[in-house]
Design a protein around this ligand. Sequence first.
Ligand SMILES: NC(=O)c1ccc[n+]([C@@H]2O[C@H](COP(=O)([O-])OP(=O)(O)OC[C@H]3O[C@@H](n4cnc5c(N)ncnc54)[C@H](O)[C@@H]3O)[C@@H](O)[C@H]2O)c1
Length: 212
Amino acid sequence: MEQNKIPQATAKRLPLYYRFLNNLYQQGKKRVSSKELSEAVKVDSATIRRDFSYFGALGKKGYGYNVEYLLGFFRSTLDQHEITEVALIGVGNLGTAFLKYSFLKNNNIRITKAFDKDPNKVGTEVEGVPIYSIDEMDKHLGHIRVAILAIPASEADAVTDILVKHGIIGILNFTPARITVPKHVRVHHIDFAVELQALVYFLKHYPLEKDE
Ligand SMILES: NC(=O)c1ccc[n+]([C@@H]2O[C@H](COP(=O)([O-])OP(=O)(O)OC[C@H]3O[C@@H](n4cnc5c(N)ncnc54)[C@H](O)[C@@H]3O)[C@@H](O)[C@H]2O)c1
């Protein structure tokens, strides 16, 4: 399948669909209607049908979608049949919380190595994940290509350079810094403060109506 033909907005919703279908599958459900799917993932059914249409027609009128088939389909599309290892950079408040959150539950992405510069943390483990020195990335990063950045903003540029030098091509950036990377590196920024501000703005300027 040519993944690059899927619109980015669709690609971003795939993990949502995957998580819900996986739950249904665990509960032994055989099929799901687009209405159920739509209510659960809070995406309107027209969008769901359009998203799914990029992969060929997967549902049948009056039957809905076959959960097992769809799950298998998304698993291979999202590369869930193989484990993706991720490195965590910065084992502070936020980084420790990530290590304590079980990524294992519903998908195959795992933080397997962490890096920090604090000598008190280097050489220890959190939830079984070893913490290495950022200065020894060449020895320990291995084949990992994705990193989570959870260090102070002031360190973000210098550390990003180190990551890129060691072959990282995907960065989930939790620092408020807008890092500069070469073209082949994809950065996704996550900022709780910005998201909260946006939510409050929307509540004020675009209040939703209550159900009857
Ligand atoms: N995106 C969000 O919504 C959100 C929420 C909370 C915090 N943050 C941001 O996440 C980052 C981490 O926050 P925190 O509260 O966990 O901070 P923290 O001070 O508790 O932890 C930072 C960790 O990074 C390590 N570190 C510092 N410089 C380093 C370097 N050059 N190489 C490797 N490790 C280094 C420190 O030793 C420490 O363990 C900050 O940039 C903060 O602003 C973002």
